[in-house]
Ligand binder design. Structure first.
Ligand SMILES: *[C@@H]1O[C@H](CO)[C@@H](O)[C@H](O)[C@H]1NC(C)=O
Ligand SMILES: *[C@@H]1O[C@H](CO)[C@@H](O)[C@H](O)[C@H]1NC(C)=O
Length: 306
């Protein structure tokens, strides 16, 4: 008898512990479960948000779904009807799942499934699911310079704003992908480019003749990819003749200017003062003579005084 009582007490204790840990579904109230709390869907594809009723005593629970976007909740299933943002675009399945026929980017939000069974002991449960709709990138905007000079630096740019999650960028040169890390390949040891896969920039520190050619960029995420049409980049040698002619021209112009300034100055001096061309010479030699002759003069004077 005592044994029996103890066994029953143990059983009850076990049951209480297990059910409080949630290991045994309680038959006294609503319990919900989902297969995925974080759901990724592709845009323009169907997606089902699962809200499985694990246990319930009543046959006729009240089911509601809310969409929470930027902290603002709105009904998407209410009074046994799809409503709000999902109106005409979804249906309720398997008691409480919601099936969106054709997901769009604006469906990215949190969704809360709420089930109430008034007659149950535990009369309410809810489950929060976050849905992220992947968006395929559109054709990126690419900018490739038409012509650059050997040895100069340049940057090619690529930008795409629609894709979600944000795409990563890759560059192609003459239809061959440029390695993200050129240092990894011995073939690319002499190149000077670097790619930023997050921003889409392709930078050349020093452009080489071999860098000329067709370039295009690809924006890619989990939903797909898109690329811009290829554009030609030409690379010109440094124009030595041009540079020589330009600097030669500059030198010639400088000398012409200097000569004409000199000439007009001389003529100006001439006509104003009416002196001969040697006007400066006496002044200069005077100065020199005074400097040199200073001591002599002084001695001379001293000797005179003495
Ligand atoms: C989904 O919606 C888009 C845009 O509204 C439409 O172009 C596309 O055909 C739809 N896809 C399906 C499978 O209904
Ligand atoms: C890199 O440059 C060096 C020196 O100009 C040259 O000898 C070598 O062949 C080049 N390597 C490649 C792979 O082009």
């Amino acid at each position: 008898m005592r044994h029996c009582k103890m066994a029953i007490a143990r059983l009850i204790a076990c049951f209480v512990v297990y059910s409080s840990l949630g290991l045994i579904p309680s038959s006294f109230g609503v319990i919900l479960r989902t297969t995925d709390k974080i759901v990724w869907a592709n845009e323009f594809e169907p997606i089902e948000l699962t809200c499985l009723i694990e246990s319930i005593s009543t046959n006729n629970p009240r089911i509601e779904w809310k969409k929470i976007k930027n902290g603002v909740p709105s009904y998407v299933y209410f009074q046994n009807r799809i409503a709000g943002d999902l109106d005409q675009r979804a249906q309720l399945k398997e008691t409480a799942n919601i099936l969106i026929f054709n997901a769009t980017r604006s469906d990215t939000a949190e969704y809360r499934c709420e089930v109430a069974a008034i007659d149950d002991q535990r009369d309410f449960d809810e489950i929060l699911i976050s849905l992220a709709v992947r968006v395929k990138p559109v054709v990126p905007r690419c900018s490739v310079p038409e012509a650059v000079t050997v040895g100069t630096s340049t940057e090619l740019r690529c930008l795409e704003n629609e894709g979600f999650p944000a795409p990563l960028y890759r560059w192609f040169h003459n239809n061959e992908e440029l390695a993200q890390d050129p240092k990894s390949s011995p073939k690319l040891v002499n190149t000077s480019y670097s790619i930023n896969p997050d921003t889409g920039g392709l930078k050349f520190r020093r452009v080489r003749k071999e860098d000329a050619g067709e370039y295009y960029c690809q924006a890619k995420n989990d939903a797909g990819y898109a690329q811009c049409p290829s554009q030609m980049m030409e690379v010109y040698d440094v124009d030595y003749l041009g540079i020589f002619l330009k600097s030669f021209g500059a030198v010639v112009v400088f000398f012409c200017l200097a000569a004409s300034i000199c000439h007009s100055l001389r003529r100006g001096c001439f006509s104003k003062k009416g002196h001969n061309e040697n006007y400066n010479w006496p002044a200069q030699s005077d100065g020199v003579e005074y400097g040199n002759a200073d001591e002599g003069h002084f001695r001379h004077k001293s000797s005179f005084i003495i």
